[in-house]
Design a protein around this ligand. Structure first.
Ligand code: FES
Length: 115
């Protein structure tokens, strides 16, 4: 069974192969949504973009991005600088061990902007 490690929450859960990341996170009590999006979200339809996470390890163990997810992330400012690691939890299937950072901060100018 794949293991999902949530770094911010310091929580590890085991899920069946092919499980939906959003469903499993919420079932385990991991809060994916920042602020008011806890109540105002699309409930997994891939429309709001508020369930975005960073897959910091094991991206190869997730399902490929679909057209809907790619399109949604393409118009998201939060994806800037995180194109390779950002996913929508509701559109991600877990096929192997992954490490997840929930509620990633905006990184509009990159880490070295002010240096
Ligand atoms: S819950 Fe809205 S995009 Fe995932």
């Amino acid at each position: 069974m794949p293991t999902i490690t949530f770094t911010s929450e310091k929580k590890e859960i085991q899920v069946p192969a092919g499980a939906n990341l959003r469903t499993e996170a919420l079932r385990a009590g991991v809060q994916l949504y920042p602020g008011v999006h806890k109540y105002l979200n699309c409930h997994g339809l891939g429309q709001c973009g508020s369930c975005r996470v960073l897959i910091t390890k094991g991206m190869e163990n997730t399902s490929r991005k679909g057209l809907l997810e790619s399109a949604r992330l393409a118009v998201s400012l939060a994806a800037i600088g995180n194109e390779q690691t950002m996913r929508l939890a509701c559109q991600t299937r877990v096929n192997g061990d992954i490490t997840v950072e929930t509620k990633p901060p905006l990184n509009l100018f990159g880490e070295n902007f002010f240096s």
